[in-house]
Design a protein around this ligand. Sequence first.
Ligand SMILES: NC(=O)c1ccc[n+]([C@@H]2O[C@H](COP(=O)([O-])OP(=O)(O)OC[C@H]3O[C@@H](n4cnc5c(N)ncnc54)[C@H](OP(=O)(O)O)[C@@H]3O)[C@@H](O)[C@H]2O)c1
Length: 335
Amino acid sequence: MKNRQWVLRQTPAGTLIQDDFEWREARLPVPSPGEVLVRNLMMSIDPAARSWMKMAIYRAQVMPGDVMHGWTLSQVVQSESPLFKPGELVECMGGWQDYALTTPDQMLRRDPRHSLKHLIGVYSITGTTAYHGMFEIGRPCPGETVLVSAAAGGVGSIAGQLARLAGCRVVGVTGGSEKCDWIIREFGFDAAVDHSARDFRDQLVAACPDGVDVYFDNVAGPVLDAALGIINIGARIVACGSVARYDSLSPVAGSSLLPSALTARRATMEGFVVLDYAARRGDIEHRLARLVAAGRLKAVVDVEDGFDRLPGALIRLLSGGNRGKLAVRVADLEM
Ligand SMILES: NC(=O)c1ccc[n+]([C@@H]2O[C@H](COP(=O)([O-])OP(=O)(O)OC[C@H]3O[C@@H](n4cnc5c(N)ncnc54)[C@H](OP(=O)(O)O)[C@@H]3O)[C@@H](O)[C@H]2O)c1
C-alpha cells in the first residue's frame, strides 16, 4: 500500500503556484506503541497553510521536502493506543497525505452522526474561531455596527451571522460584486462592500453611516486601514487573521493609522488563537449545533473532490475563489 503525499517543493517566491508542490508516494507508516494510524478523509483548506510556508506560527514552519501541514477529518485504521479503536472518526493534523501517524493527545474524537461537511466547517476551528473572536473579543451589543472582512469565507460568514443574531447591523467586505450580493442573500448581511472596487473606501463609509463598533479583521492590509478610519469611540477590533499578507513576499500596504486611530477612538485591538480555547470546544460546538439545527445559522462548505486538487484548492482560497469553508474530500468514511 502506498501513501500519496503532497510535499512542499520550494518555499514560494510570492504568490503561491502549483509548481511550489510536488507529489510523492511513500510507504504506509507503521504505528509504534502509543501511536495511531489514520486515513485522511477530508482536508481543511486554511489560509494559515500559506503562512506556515513563511514562518513558524503556532506550528513549525513547512520546509521544502516536508509534507504539507493541514487539519483533517480522519478515520482510525490501526491503533497501538487503548484510547482509540479502528473505525473511529477523529480530527487531527493529518497533513496532505492519505495516511498519517498521530497520538491520542493530538486527536479529537468526532461524532459520525454529524455530516462530514459540518465537522470540517462550522463544528471545526472555523466555526469556533468565529464564535470566540466575535463574543470574547468583539463583544457586540444590540444596535451596534459590526464590520467583517473575508465575509464570504468560512470564518467570516459565520462571524457575520453570529453578530446579526446578537442584534447588530452587519456589514461584510468581500471581493467582487457577485460575492457581495451573495453574502446579503445567503447570510443576511445588511450591506456588503467590494474591497477590489476603486472607490472601496467611499463605499465603506456609505455602508457604515453610524461608524463601526466592532471590526472582525480576517485580512489586515488596506481593508484594516479603511476600517480604522471609521471606528467609533470604544470600538473593538478582533485581530483574527491577515490573509492580505500571507501570499506576498513584499510588505503589504495598510495599517498606517495604527496606533493613532486606537488612541483617538479609545479603541482596542486584540489577537487570539482559537487553539487556546480548546477546553471550551465541546460547549461552543453544542451552541453552534443548536443554531444550525434551528435553521438560524447557515454553514456553507465548498467541497472539492480528489487528492490531486489540494494545491489548487489552497491557491483558489488565497485568491478568493471560495464561497464558505473550503475543504477537499479524498476518501469516504468506511462504516
Ligand atoms: N486566530 C485564529 O485562531 C484563526 C483560526 C482560523 C482561521 N483564522 C483566520 O481567519 C481568516 C479566515 O480564514 P478562513 O479559513 O475562513 O478563510 P476564508 O475566509 O474562507 O478564505 C480566505 C479569504 O480571504 C480573502 N482574501 C484573500 N486575499 C485578500 C486580500 N488581499 N484582501 C482582502 N481579502 C482577501 C478572500 O476572499 P475575498 O473574496 O473576500 O477577497 C478569501 O476567500 C484567516 O485570516 C485565517 O488565518 C484565524
